[in-house]
Design a protein around this ligand. Structure first.
Ligand code: SF4
Length: 558
């Protein structure tokens, strides 16, 4: 035994400074007795306790006793000065509907949530296209004498739309909306042609008047300012310098849009009103229904649709998800995604090689990853994807849908129900937190997608409502704090692989939830959604889709 080892026997410490060699219990094994319980006002609790403990422990190691007052004084002396300003809060205005909505019951409907549109981003591509299309429709309703004077249409992009819009094709999407194209039906080749031939000019018919528009009419404006939402844009119809019509819009995440003075459309009351998972599950358990059937009843009552109509829409989305995975897998292995990263497609390679894996589990994980990568690469190409909840996360849910339907051959009705249960998860996250990376980082995109996918999987395997909640909770919990830092502003790195991890985590969450004792799960979904909202508020704005930090800064493109 070495000399040093001789000094530490059975967790006893020999205090060398003491002339009478004194042997005590190792106080560092439990420092709770050394920590002052009095935390001065205005001092960060965690920081104070840590420093107080270190100070107390050091004093004991030196063989000196410390009073509580001394410990407080020592801890305070070592505290850094109060920061001048906390991490910037997201500049969200309190009068935005997206901020106010958390108070009442969830009223979102499936067709508002699952949207088909061009990638790569629901907030930076689909949202802006919906916005300019909305403006185009408003403009067509102006009186003929006003339209006769019109000379120009102009779009100004602000905040995150300006900071990372180039990588998201925001200017092309904005122009497409102005010329009357909608996200669900636009031909991605039209958007590709705008990239390949950026000087194209298009006539926009407004009454008897025709106005020429081009990409030059979409202006990347201020990235910083006092905006109501990080994704703010204005659209104007001008007659020279005179403004004939102007509207300020916000792309609030997941392809949802609002505008100055926006009031949400009137909807019917839900059959089973809920604003928390606790209430959603109570409806399910009291009425002996699955979460999916509660969601179905609400879809029917809020939107006034029949059961067949709701399922027909869900089928359309399922089919689109399967199609996007198939399309991604069929791309040539040497395909290079658009943009400066020059990222090679790898979905087909990963899938093919995974089929040679020796162990079934390795094969399964790699195949699920390949499905997610396939759909996400489609997003990176600007092809049609489905927001679930966003474009950046558009690989996660399709991967699970594809795996369940095409590989596991799970009954289609169970997958439909899984899609409805997943909606409950997405709605609650939107209701109390955010789906926008510009507001909450990647936890709001991939985190929510993974949580939805866990609920989908659990439901498809007939899990009881508590297991569905636990699976969704677990998947969301383990994405908390995840930042958004797309390299070069392109939804490729880390986004494509991140979809694969989101899909695998969803499966892991289902595996844990379905195998643990459900009633012992200690964290409920509502608490995790609150943590998502709070983390979103505290996250530094550099990590909210601005490409100012993280991988966007550390990765060098050559
Ligand atoms: S890092 Fe995450 S949130 Fe940001 S663009 Fe990529 S997928 Fe979306």
């Amino acid at each position: 035994m070495s000399k040093k080892e001789n000094e530490k026997v059975n967790d006893k410490v020999v205090l060398k400074e003491n002339p009478v060699q004194e042997v005590r219990e190792d106080l560092l094994a439990d420092v709770s007795g050394l920590i002052s319980r009095e935390i001065p006002a205005g001092v960060d609790r965690r920081n104070f306790l840590m420093r107080s403990a270190v100070g107390g422990a050091a004093a004991v190691m030196m063989g000196r006793s410390v009073s509580t007052q001394q410990a407080i004084a020592k801890a305070l002396a070592t505290l850094p000065p109060e920061p001048q300003a906390a991490s910037p809060k997201p500049p969200l205005s309190a009068d935005l509907n997206v901020v106010k909505k958390g108070a009442g019951p969830v009223l979102t409907t499936a067709d508002e949530f699952y949207k088909v549109g061009p990638g790569p981003s629901s907030s930076h591509t689909i949202g802006p296209m919906r916005i300019t299309y909305d403006f185009y429709q408003r403009a067509t309703k102006l009186p003929a004498d006003k339209l006769a004077k019109a000379t120009k249409l102009q779009v100004n992009l602000f905040g995150s739309l300006s900071a990372t819009g180039k990588g998201h094709g925001t200017e092309r999407a904005s122009l497409a909306g102005l010329v009357g194209k909608e996200p669900a039906t636009v031909d991605p080749l039209f958007l590709d042609s705008l990239r390949d031939k950026p000087d194209q000019v298009f006539p926009v018919k407004l009454g008897a008047k025709s106005i020429d528009v081009s990409l030059k009419d979409v202006i990347y404006d201020a990235t910083k300012g006092d905006f109501k939402h990080p994704n703010t844009m204005t659209v104007k119809l001008l007659a020279g310098s005179e403004v004939l019509l102007e509207q300020e819009y916000y792309s609030v995440g997941g392809g949802f849009i609002e505008w100055k003075g926006y009031t949400p459309p009137k909807k019917n009351p839900p059959k089973y009103p809920f604003r928390l998972m606790k209430e959603l599950r109570a409806h399910a358990d009291t009425n002996k229904l699955s979460i999916a059937k509660v969601m179905l009843a609400n879809e029917m009552s809020i939107a006034g649709r029949s059961e067949e109509e709701v399922y027909a829409f869900i089928d359309k989305i399922i089919n689109a998800m399967v199609a996007t995975v198939k399309s991604g897998l069929s791309m040539p292995e040497d395909d290079v995604l658009p943009g400066p990263i020059k990222l090679h497609s790898k979905a087909a390679t990963v899938y093919k090689r995974a089929m040679d894996d020796r162990y079934a589990a390795d094969k399964g994980i790699a195949a699920l990853s390949a499905f997610a990568i396939a759909a996400s690469e489609e997003n990176g190409r600007g092809h049609l994807v489905i927001t679930a909840p966003t474009g950046g996360s558009a690989g996660v849910m399709p991967a699970l849908v594809y795996a369940l339907l095409e590989v596991r051959k799970v009954d289609r009705q169970k997958v439909r129900d899984g899609m409805l249960a997943a909606l409950g998860i997405g709605y609650l996250c939107k209701h109390h937190a955010t789906l926008s990376a510009a507001e909450g980082g990647c936890q709001a995109e991939i985190g929510v997608a993974s949580s939805m996918a866990a609920a989908l999987t659990a439901t498809a395997y007939d899990a009881e409502s508590l297991v569905v909640e636990n699976a969704a909770e677990s998947a969301l919990e383990h994405h908390l704090g995840m930042t958004c830092d797309p390299v070069a502003g392109y939804v490729q790195v880390p986004c494509i692989e991140r979809c694969a991890f989101g899909a695998v985590k969803a499966w892991t969450a289902y595996a844990i939830a379905s195998n643990e004792i459900a009633s012992r799960h200690r964290v409920n979904f509502d608490a995790t959604v609150m943590a998502l909202a709070e983390t979103a508020k505290d996250m530094n704005s550099k990590y909210k889709e601005t490409s100012e930090a993280g991988l966007a800064q550390s990765v060098t493109l050559c």
